[in-house]
Design a binder for this molecule. Structure first.
Ligand SMILES: [Zn+2]
Length: 400
């Protein structure tokens, strides 16, 4: 990571998750030789942390600039063409670093601009809502279609638990939603290796799995918003992002549940409907996918393959040798009811209708979301084997 200003390149993201972490930003920036940081935030995150941080930087002798990202008419901040250009124009040429003060979308906007302006950026999350803080990928909307652009990771993350605890409950529930998605993404990652020889990393999978387990063990303290609970949720989300960075792709944290979520998001964009938090969609999608995989874990492969001409002979043989292992993987996933209970305990949605998704959209997404990424998943396998619900009435078999 190089900036156009002379500064030691960073080898590892420095992560600070603790009370009053905001206070550590100014000493860090001064130590690293910054003078003109530009704070990128929106109205909400300025109130939550940005204004306090800006004042702190000023009293420490820095010359911060405040750059407010505009929300759309419906109140959403969306990383699309107009938002990106407007924000870019708001960053002064003399800025020597960017500070993202906000949740996922503010980070996506900041990391794209930082990358294209060849500036380093510092992450100040205002909610433990998503695992994208540490990642290099920036999902942005171009011509109404969501695309992930490879950009840069922050050189440091300062997550102040006082700020995170004050975030709206829905953001914390979304963070849990993005974490429970690992139940199915980790299984899909193994399926992609078993069926399609996609790249796998044992250590990366173990780290993501440990982050998920820590969240589940401490679930009650997250529900209660204790210091420790919020810290564990945030650290788990950051760890998940770091694993994606290290393996160089998002498979550890993004399987069929994320593909459904992306499908729904694009449908909402097309219809101009207000967006639902990423983690809320992922949580709901995880419950659905867990239901589908539970059903698949009882399917007899030979009868499923008998009249299927769309699968190559080579893949049929591979399926026959690995089917038992794949079914064992599916059986490891907690029941949809248990996953839903984790989400509802923290106030999160659990069913598609809770977030404005009707059965027609659920049906279409189950059949088409696998086309969004060139990646093998259990959902794609179910499609190939023609084991998906055949009508919207059949959806009851995978819904809670
Ligand atoms: Zn996610």
């Amino acid at each position: 990571m190089f900036s156009r200003f002379s500064r030691e390149p960073i080898k590892e993201i420095s992560v600070t998750v603790e009370r009053s972490a905001l206070k550590k930003v100014a000493p860090y920036l001064i130590r690293r030789g910054y003078e003109y940081p530009c704070l990128i935030m929106d109205e909400m995150t300025e109130a939550a942390a940005g204004e306090k941080l800006a004042v702190d930087l000023e009293t420490s002798g820095l010359q911060p600039v405040r750059c407010l990202v505009e929300a759309k008419g419906n109140g959403d901040v969306i990383a699309d063409e107009s938002t990106l250009i407007r924000t870019l124009l708001c960053v002064p040429r003399e800025s020597d670093g960017l500070v993202a003060v906000g949740a996922g979308t503010i980070h996506d906007i900041t990391r794209l601009i930082a990358d294209r302006m060849n500036l380093p950026f510092i992450s100040v999350p205002t909610a433990a809502s998503v695992d994208g803080f540490a990642s290099q990928g920036a999902p942005i909307i171009l011509d109404g279609v969501k695309q992930t652009v490879q950009t840069c990771a922050p050189e440091a993350i300062f997550a102040d638990t006082d700020v995170l605890q004050s975030a709206p409950q829905a953001m914390i529930a979304a963070g849990i939603g993005d974490m429970v998605g690992k139940y199915t993404s980790l299984i899909d990652w193994q399926i992609s290796r078993l069926i399609a020889d996609e790249p796998y990393d044992v250590e990366g999978a173990a780290r993501t799995s440990r982050a998920l387990e820590r969240c589940i063990q401490c679930h009650q303290s997250i529900v209660d918003r204790t210091d420790a609970g919020i810290e564990i949720l945030m650290k788990s989300l950051i760890e998940s992002g770091k694993v994606m960075m290290q393996v160089g792709h998002s498979r550890p944290a993004s399987g069929a549940e994320h593909h459904l979520s992306h499908y729904w998001e694009m449908d909402f964009l097309r219809k101009g409907k207000p967006q639902v938090l990423h983690g809320e969609k992922v949580g709901v999608a995880t419950v659905l996918i867990a239901g589908l995989y539970r059903n698949l874990s009882h399917v007899d492969l030979l009868s499923a393959l008998s009249d299927d001409d769309s699968i190559s002979e080579e893949r049929k043989i591979r399926l026959q040798t690995r089917w038992h292992d794949i079914q064992a993987l599916w059986k490891k996933i907690p029941s949809p009811g248990d996953i839903a209970a984790l989400l509802s305990a923290v106030g999160g949605p659990t069913r598609p209708q809770d977030i404005g998704i009707d059965s027609d959209l659920v049906f279409r997404s189950l059949h088409e979301a696998h086309l969004l990424r060139d990646r093998y998943t259990g959902l794609k396998l179910a499609f190939d084997l023609q084991l998906l619900p055949e009508t919207t009435a059949d959806l009851a078999s995978v819904m809670i």
